[in-house]
Design a protein around this ligand. Structure first.
Ligand SMILES: Cc1ncc(COP(=O)(O)O)c(C=O)c1O
Length: 397
């Protein structure tokens, strides 16, 4: 790894943390009984809800995305309840597995690894549930393994068209503050997220957003446990209650700063920036693909995340390029995840480029230049003028 310059961790979380976020944590432990930490914690609630575009509630936790999978399900499910899990990558499957472990009856719809969930199939599955016993539909807004983007609004419309009362639960771990997400306008009942991606804060905090409908539906859920229970956290008025114990003080300082930055930029502009950088990357990937094996996993741009892109080269070139970038260029890209069965050498074709969070144009263009150099150095066949294609997109903004 080069010693000069700043290494760029371009993986889909943890994402790059702004210096201002890091500096916000560089202070002594605060008095947790009174004062500033209470005010700051309270102030996170409306600002997190604004990022998720909800007038509903947020429960904050010490925990990561996996913790939020479990926490969210325990708040709405009783053992034996039915869940319809939409799966199109490792993360959708991960959430479904948690529901299995909690004793739910999980019906999966598998859309494969190169497609977004098809709302028509969701409508069909719900219409077939004539007893309306399915309690919740789980959707991964961005499956970080495949980089597929779900059309959450269309899934809600499909649920309504089936006349089904199930809760719509959405995993926004990878998408929040990257891809447009409109919790209330899209009719989402429960959304989960975590601190380490679009929120530009260290891993370790998780969030559940919910509306009153979800709170009512979960009021008698027998999977509830004292620690994951969202009610005391939502209804809290002092910092010990928000976190059911000692609060993550320095994460709170960091998150406060990150939310200020998101607010100052404006959430619409945050989404527009992610859209621009994603399109610039895709133009470069397509240009390379003209003269070689590089392919974007999600062929239809309408089904692609603006936070991360999953790519494929002929194996083992994906891994070779990733390793070259770490060694020579000071860039770490994401590994491929769950695209082939464990042990299959084809895994070495897949890798992921993250474009989430605290990213600017020169970071994107730098990664494109470094990838180009890596392919040349390794003799990986590729088309030319990728940086030019990306620059055209950047210039059109
Ligand atoms: C969409 C999605 N859901 C859930 C998770 C799990 O989050 P964590 O690694 O914080 O447990 C991830 C992590 O990358 C993710 O991308």
């Amino acid at each position: 790894m080069p010693d000069t310059g700043r290494h760029y961790l371009a993986i889909p979380g943890p994402s790059v943390m702004p210096d201002a976020v890091l500096q916000a944590m560089h202070r002594p432990a605060p008095n947790i009984y009174t004062g500033e930490i209470h005010d700051i914690t309270r102030s996170l609630v409306p600002d997190l809800c604004a990022v998720a575009r909800t007038a509903g509630h947020v429960a904050m936790y010490i925990g990561n995305g996996h913790a939020m999978w479990e926490a969210s399900l325990t708040n709405v499910l009783s053992r034996g309840d039915k869940v319809l899990a939409l799966v199109n990558g490792r993360f959708g499957e991960g959430w479904a597995n948690v529901a299995d472990a909690l004793g739910a009856q999980v019906q999966r719809i598998d859309f494969g690894l190169c497609a977004a969930p098809d709302p028509a199939r969701v409508q069909q599955a719900l219409a077939a549930d004539t007893a309306q016993s399915i309690k919740a539909v789980t959707v991964t807004h961005v499956d970080t393994a495949t980089s597929a983007l779900a059309d959450v609004s269309a899934i809600r419309q499909a649920m309504d068209a089936a006349g089904h009362p199930a809760l719509l639960m959405v995993d926004c771990v990878a998408s929040l503050a990257c891809d447009r997400f409109e919790m209330d306008a899209w009719g989402v009942d429960v959304a989960i997220s975590a601190s380490q991606k679009g929120l530009m804060t260290p891993p370790g905090m998780g969030f559940i957003f919910c509306n009153d409908r979800a709170r009512r539906a979960g009021a008698t859920a027998n999977c509830r446990t004292p620690y994951w229970d969202w009610a005391p956290r939502i209804d809290a008025d002092e910092v010990y209650r928000y976190f059911d114990g000692t609060s993550p003080t320095h994460h709170i300082f960091a998150l406060r700063k990150a939310l200020d930055m998101i607010h100052d930029e404006g959430i619409e502009q945050v989404w527009a920036r992610h859209d621009l950088f994603a399109r610039a990357y895709w133009a470069a990937f397509d240009a390379w693909g003209q003269g070689g094996s590089m392919r974007i996993n999600m062929t239809d741009p309408a089904t692609r995340s603006r936070a991360v892109t999953t790519l494929r080269l002929d194996p083992p070139q994906g891994t070779a390029l990733r390793e070259w970038l770490i060694d020579k260029a000071g860039v770490t890209l994401g590994i491929g995840l769950g695209m082939v069965p464990p042990g299959d050498p084809a895994a070495d074709g897949y890798f992921r480029v993250a474009h989430m969070g605290h990213v600017n144009m020169n970071m994107v263009m730098g990664v494109i230049g470094a990838m180009d150099a890596g392919m040349k150095a390794l003799g990986i066949a590729h088309g030319e003028r990728a940086a030019d294609a990306a620059a055209q997109v950047m210039a059109s903004a």
